[in-house]
Ligand binder design. Structure first.
Ligand code: SF4
Length: 78
């Protein structure tokens, strides 16, 4: 599972870091960013998927989306 956080629509509710602190952290104003070692381009560790999905479903601003899996054989985009 890959996730994308759109910081331009994050409203700073903090739900994501509450549900998935290993995936999201909050800045001093309460806006979300990726936690250390997490990026939009890499698969989340398996144990982080369920908390991330919970954060995705509970984000009031819909600022978190699940990125579609890459088709087999496709080159990675960076
Ligand atoms: S739950 Fe959504 S709106 Fe709230 S801090 Fe996280 S990404 Fe931003």
């Amino acid at each position: 599972m890959k996730i994308k956080l759109d910081r331009t629509i994050c409203d700073g509710f903090g739900k994501c870091a509450e549900h998935a602190p290993a995936v999201f952290s909050l800045d001093e104003w309460g806006y979300a960013s990726y936690a250390a070692g997490v990026s939009a381009y890499d698969d989340l560790p398996p144990d982080a998927e369920q908390p991330a999905r919970r954060a995705l479903l509970d984000c009031p601003a819909h600022a978190i989306i699940e990125r579609p899996a890459r088709p087999p054989g496709a080159r990675p985009r960076r």
